[in-house]
Design a protein around this ligand. Structure first.
Ligand code: PLP
Length: 397
């Protein structure tokens, strides 16, 4: 082969989730879209707040084309970074400055940038806590490091600290956390974050290394019933926040987010420079100019989170009534359900026979579970219950 084999593999094999989504489209052409219950993707269905389109209209009218569509500085417009700093300081009582932020093309870019910035050699490791977003493996390995997986705490979907302690080593460069979590819907409590901070401080001191927390936060604002999502930098100095507006502002196709490097982080100026260097080496150049300007006007707004909560309640109540064992999501828009047999891959294949498209969590590092994405049309959830019932009955017989 004349190309890089690992890149060929990534490009020629779809992810299991995409595979299922494509299958759903084919099935819809055969049995009708209303008879396919596609719970595969995490594509927001709640519209972006009005502010987004209103700002785009006003920007196209008030700014000349060069100011609107030209390159921004690599780290992002000062006005945007200032607006983000002020918003976070107001909301979380933090003390960030514009220069703590590096604008990116969403969380995927933020994570890739951080892995590249922190990887110093092939022995370096990043730890992820199951269940985890499968693309972490792609990003970590593409940047020359190793991904180490810590088994899930399947009771509360917080952190299995015994397993995490065993996984930490002098090679650990960072621990990736994602709360609210895709796929479990769990939100890490303040106690969990405090315990994590204590463990990492102790281990950093023991090894004489700096261990970072990479906080992947695309779902930060999608949390229900008043649950608090602690701001991780307040508990642990070596925290890099990988934020995205894909879900909070329902803008996944526009690619906008940031990396936050707090002043408290070890060698923060060097880390920030390496973040900028990684962005440059990965060819990101700058984050989308127009959406940086949209953020200045729309920061702090979100799509209507209540609509996701309505879907969560409907689905959780419907499935538990049938007899499924589900973890009640505290945030994000995924419901984690226990498969009705040990092999979740087989369970999801059986679901497929009922045109229920749900994703096995084997790929999320959590065997025996499936993910049901509920950023879907409410009516589809209602229509799907009969199929979930048939699936349940298959196992009852
Ligand atoms: N991290 C998690 C946990 C996600 O679920 C996603 C997207 O679904 C991403 C990162 C990537 O998000 P973005 O669109 O901001 O790149």
């Amino acid at each position: 082969m004349i190309v890089a084999e690992d890149m060929y593999r990534l490009g020629s094999q779809r992810s299991a989730i995409r595979e299922l989504f494509e299958y759903g489209k084919q099935r819809a052409a055969v049995v009708g879209a209303e008879n396919v219950y596609d719970f595969s993707l995490g594509n927001p269905t709640v519209p972006a707040p009005d502010c987004v389109n209103e700002t785009i209209r006003s920007l196209t009218e008030s700014l000349d084309s060069i100011s609107l569509h030209g390159y921004t500085s690599a780290q992002g417009d000062l006005e945007t970074r200032e607006a983000i700093a002020q918003y976070l300081n107001r909301t979380y009582d933090t003390h960030f400055r514009a220069d703590n932020f590096y604008m990116t093309m969403g969380a995927a870019a933020s994570l890739s940038i951080c892995f590249k910035a922190l990887t110093t050699g092939p022995e370096d490791e990043f730890i992820t806590i199951a269940p985890f977003f499968p693309e972490y493996r792609v990003f970590v390995e593409a940047n020359g490091a190793k991904l180490v997986v810590v088994a899930a705490d399947t009771k509360e979907f917080q952190i299995n600290f015994d397993e995490l302690e065993k996984a930490l080593s002098p090679h650990t460069r960072g621990v990736i956390i994602n709360s609210p979590n895709n796929p479990s819907g769990a939100v890490y409590s303040e106690k969990t974050i405090q315990k994590l901070a204590e463990l990492l401080k102790r281990k950093s001191a023991e090894y004489g290394t700096e261990i970072f927390i990479l906080s992947d936060e695309p779902y930060r604002e999608i949390a229900y019933d008043g649950v608090t999502v602690p701001y991780v930098t307040k508990y642990y100095d070596n925290t890099l926040v990988c934020y995205s507006y894909s879900k909070s502002l329902s803008l996944p196709g526009e690619r906008i987010g940031f990396v936050l490097v707090p002043d408290e982080a070890a060698e923060s100026a060097n880390v920030y420079a390496a973040v900028a260097g990684a962005g440059r080496a990965l060819g990101y150049v700058c984050a989308p100019s127009m959406f940086q300007k949209v953020l200045v006007q729309c920061i702090g707004q979100t799509g209507d989170v209540e609509l996701y909560k309505k879907n969560r309640d409907l689905l959780y109540e419907g499935l538990t009534k049938i007899g499924y064992s589900c973890f009640k999501p505290q945030g994000a828009f995924y419901l984690f359900v226990k498969a009705l047999e040990p092999d979740a891959d087989v369970f999801c294949e059986k679901a497929k026979e009922e045109d229920l498209l749900i994703v096995s969590a084997t790929g999320f590092g959590c065997p025996g579970y499936a993910r049901i994405s509920y950023c879907v049309d409410e009516e589809m959830i209602r229509r799907s219950f009969a199929a979930f019932e048939r699936l349940y009955q298959k196992y009852e017989q």
